[in-house]
Design a protein around this ligand. Structure first.
Ligand code: AMP
Ligand code: ZN
Length: 664
């Protein structure tokens, strides 16, 4: 009984902190404190599965996999909105309303969030189901995925109706979108095109843990249901906010179309200051009785209308098309423009994506082009002003050779991008690959940064990552801004990277499409680089979650003579290119992500064995307690200062037996 209370208490506390952070944007405790409480709850729930609850804050990290999404009929249809683009159209709309309803009409103005629409059903204050709009009559049950979105309340507060639906939009704010893209570029993947498609794509992912890692948000705007005790749209928004939903504060009540137009003009200008994408304003008749009187057409309510912002577009002259080479050799064509003001910034360059895009738009140097800025960070060219085209111009011939190393470009069947195949001789690729090799998630070489890598390559001290291990202090001292101490740090950092485990080395090699997760999978399955190098495409494709693209890329990587040479050299220098046999025998990853400190003497296992057990099962051992320590394994005669520190930081203290139980 006590445990149940404790679990409930932690759930409520965590729920409140989630709300403070994700809905109010006002965190009251540190991320660390939050994580500690969450871990405590996780542990209790594991020990007491009888108190399981799909709406527990621990469910936010996802894990449930949806193989196929069940179709659900909407109890109340999800209508679309009719659109308007001008003051006149809005005034016509008002005239039509006045013909049907009498008396004073008030309007609610809301922003039109650009994402994926969602309908959430709550019963007794608990999230019951989340369904996509689909065709408006029925959608897909994406509850497992929506549960991971932190701003969706799993349990409501205050005085809510027994049963109701609430509708909103799932969006991916610019900042999180940019971060996700940076990570993708890191592993040689194409960045996502725009936040809206990425948000709606996220809802249909099978693995909710992946959804949980995406910084999605849910903004709510309409409550529907019977006997919900709400008389107007604006009252609904205010109540929803009180029950714990994220309802943007920009919504306003207006007494006339004049005021509505002021609101529209204001946001047309200021929408770029919002953290997420919007594409218009939605105007709704406030009073629910009046809404009922007005009713719906076949497709949309008569009581609401969307006013669409004009896409921010400018025309300017395209002077030259240049080509950029990425770390993996992917070529991106870039339009170099006459500077033009767009959405509050000065634009000089725009992406042209790939050869197909250039051909489709028929863009040529010297053309006057239309530039747009949507959710993308880099603006894009959306068309050509053909009235201004020079009649003597010729269609663009896409680059045939690499702008950096002059190697002939290739394009693989079915891929949009051209590549420079000179992987080991093309400067941006050489530097980029070494930068990736040393990066934090890969070999994590302390004392060596991206700029130093470029210096080392340009000074011809290294040509590939294997060469790092031949560097001597004397070689690097003459480099710009390289002091005795930093040179030493660099050499030590390189030396220490020999302890980095095989799976991370595999990631560090920079094989296209082999990100952290794939590298782990491959390391676990093949156990050594030799076995992986010997694997055929068929063998690779047969593994779970390894698709043709990855399989091809792995085989292709090891087909290249130079890559094989580098691997051989890494082997000679003592880099971990296999999982040791001994390690293999007892290995799991149940302790992954946890950091331990050991203190005192133990009865059943020696300190050294304890340490090995932790590492073999994926945990980390450190010598002193810090805010990063998850567990203190306490034996007899433990040092009092360690204990005090653990207590102060709130580190979970466990016994030898507790620990051994964790491994079972
Ligand atoms: P449309 O898809 O152009 O017919 O527009 C209708 C869609 O706009 C709805 O399905 C919602 O997903 C979306 N929308 C975004 N913001 C709002 C809002 N404040 N009120 C109503 N719908 C909105
Ligand atoms: Zn090249």
């Amino acid at each position: 009984m006590d445990v149940e209370k404790k679990i409930q208490g932690l759930r409520e506390e965590l729920q409140q902190h989630n709300y403070n952070y994700y809905v109010l944007d006002k965190p009251q405790i540190s991320d660390y404190e939050f994580d500690m409480k969450l871990q405590e709850l996780q542990k209790l729930e594991q020990e007491h599965p009888e108190f399981e609850d799909a709406n527990s804050p621990t469910q936010r990290v996802g894990g449930a996999v949806t193989r196929s999404f069940e179709t659900v009929v909407h109890e109340n249809r999800m209508y679309s909105l009719s659109n308007s683009y001008s003051k006149e159209e809005l005034e016509d709309w008002e005239t039509r309303i006045r013909k049907i309803v009498e008396g004073k009409v008030e309007f609610v103005c809301e922003l039109k969030y650009d994402g994926a629409s969602i309908s959430l059903t709550y019963e007794d204050g608990m999230l019951k189901r989340a369904v996509t709009r689909g065709d408006g009559f029925q959608g897909d049950d994406v509850s497992n995925n929506v549960r991971t979105i932190r701003s969706v309340p799993l349990k409501l507060k205050g005085d809510f109706p027994e049963k109701f639906d609430i509708r909103g939009e799932i969006v991916l704010p610019y900042e999180g979108f940019a971060k996700m893209n940076a990570e993708r570029v890191d592993i040689g993947e194409e960045p996502y095109a725009n936040p809206r498609n990425t948000a709606s794509g996220s809802l249909k992912l099978q693995d909710s843990a992946e959804v949980s890692r995406r910084p999605l948000e849910c903004l709510l705007y309409t409550i529907t249901g019977n006997n919900i005790g709400i008389a107007s749209q604006f009252e609904g928004l205010e109540k929803a906010r009180k029950w714990g939903f994220k309802v943007p504060g920009e919504s306003e009540l207006k007494g006339s179309i004049e005021e509505v137009l002021q609101y529209i003009n204001y946001w047309d200008e200021h929408r770029h200051d919002l953290p997420y994408e919007t594409d218009g304003v939605v105007v709704k008749v406030n009073d629910f009785h009046q809404q009922d009187e007005l009713g719906n057409t076949a497709k949309s309510p008569r009581w609401a209308i969307a006013y669409k912002f004009k896409a921010e577009q400018e025309s300017t002259k395209l002077n030259k098309i240049t080509y950029q080479v990425g770390r993996t050799g992917a070529i991106t064509p870039v339009a170099n423009l006459d500077a033009v003001h767009l959405a509050g910034t000065v634009v000089r360059r725009a992406s042209l994506h790939n050869a197909d895009q250039i051909e489709k738009l028929d863009v040529r140097e010297g053309d006057t082009v239309f530039v747009e800025k949507g959710g993308e960070i880099i603006p894009k060219i959306v068309g050509v002003d053909f009235t201004k085209r020079d009649p003597d111009s010729d269609p663009t011939q896409y680059a045939t050779h690499c702008p950096e190393c002059n190697t002939e470009l290739v394009r693989n069947e079915g891929e949009a991008q051209h590549y420079c195949p000179n992987v080991n001789g093309c400067p941006p690729q050489i530097i980029g690959r070494i930068q990736h090799y040393i990066s934090r998630k890969a070999m994590d070489i302390e004392g060596l940064g991206g700029e130093t890598v470029a210096l080392l390559v340009n000074a011809e001290l290294i040509e590939n990552y294997a060469d790092l291990y031949t560097l001597k202090k004397e070689d690097i001292l003459p480099l710009e801004r390289m002091a005795e101490k930093s040179a030493e740090n660099l050499i030590n950092g390189i030396e220490r990277s020999k302890e980095i485990p095989f799976e991370r080395v595999l990631f560090a090699l920079g094989i296209r499409y082999v990100g952290e997760t794939v590298a782990k999978k491959l390391a676990k399955h093949f156990k050594s680089i030799d076995a992986l190098m010997a694997a055929s495409e068929e063998e690779l494709v047969n593994l779970d979650e390894i698709g043709e693209r990855i399989a091809w890329s792995v085989v292709d990587f090891f087909k290249t003579e130079a890559n094989r040479e580098h691997v051989e050299k890494l082997k000679e220098y003592g880099i971990q290119l296999e999982i040791s046999a001994e390690k293999l025998a007892n290995q799991t990853n149940i302790l992954e992500g946890n950091s331990f400190v050991i203190s005192g003497v133990f009865e059943k296992v020696s300190r050294n064995d304890l340490k090995k057990l932790i590492e073999d099962n994926g945990g980390k051992v450190s010598s002193s307690i810090s805010s990063k320590t998850n567990y203190l394994v306490a034996g007899d005669n433990m040092g009092p200062s360690k204990l005090a520190k653990a207590e102060k930081l709130g580190t979970t203290i466990i016994s030898e037996d507790d620990f051994l139980q964790m491994l079972e």
